[in-house]
Structure formats: C-alpha cells, structure tokens
Design a protein around this ligand. Structure first.
Ligand SMILES: [Zn+2]
Length: 135
C-alpha cells in the first residue's frame, strides 16, 4: 500500500491509499478518485510535507520548528505508549511472541538490540528524543 496526500482542483486536501503508484495513476486518470469535500474528480498529488506549521519563507523547517515537532512527537509517544525503560528489547520481544499483552511501548535500547529486533522481524522505530526543558 502506498499513501498519497491529494489535492482537488478546488484546493481541498485529502489522503488516499493505493496499492501502488501505477494504481493511483490509473484511478486518477480515469476520474475514479473524488474529493470527499466537493466531489471533484480532477485531483493531483499534493507535495508531501510534514504536518507542522511552517513560517520560514522558503518553506523549509527551521531548527526551532523541527524541535517543536519532535517535542510534539515525544509528548504523543509518552501519552499513548507505556514506558519500559532499558527493558525495551526484552518487552518488545515478549509482545511480539505473544508472551505479553499487545500494547505500544517505548524505552531505550542499544543499537545492537534494535538491530537484533529488526532482524527478528519485530517492528521497532527510532525517533530523536528531544529534551523538554521549557515545558
Ligand atoms: Zn474538493
């Protein structure tokens, strides 16, 4: 599956999932994709952009904006996932193999541990963990 941000001729942005890029092209050309807001079938791919406000005039994120986005990401993870600390690799493995209840977790792992998890097919992600000092 592939995900595209789409925009209709009236400027509405919406999201679409397609089996692959060719499927999208075929559906778009055939007028099979309709804007959920106005029903327009003339749509195009909107430029992929991180969902954070941009203020710099060149459309690039400033370090402060990137930091803000990472703080938001961290807060989201802290709110929705259980913190397991340095036992992350152990917990992720236990959940993956069904020894523990399936739930989102976060914690610390060494690069070696993360690599081993990925090699076992256990989905783990790494995000830059910014300090929230001005919270
Ligand atoms: Zn529209």
């Amino acid at each position: 599956m592939i995900h595209f941000s789409l925009r209709c001729t009236n400027g509405h942005e919406f999201e679409g999932w397609f089996r692959d890029g060719a499927t999208y092209d075929k559906q778009a050309k055939g007028g099979k994709i309709a804007c959920p807001e106005c029903g327009a079938t003339k749509v195009e791919k909107a430029p992929m952009a991180p969902r954070v406000a941009r203020s710099s005039n060149r459309g690039e994120l400033s370090p402060a904006e990137i930091r803000k986005a990472l703080v938001a990401l961290r807060r989201h993870v802290e709110k929705t996932c259980d913190y397991v600390g340095p036992r992350f690799a152990e917990e992720a493995r236990a959940i993956h193999y069904g020894e523990k209840e399936r739930k989102p977790i976060y914690g610390e792992s060494t690069p070696d541990e993360a690599k081993a998890l990925l090699e076992e097919g256990i989905p783990v992600g790494r995000i830059p963990w910014v300090p929230i000092e001005d919270a």
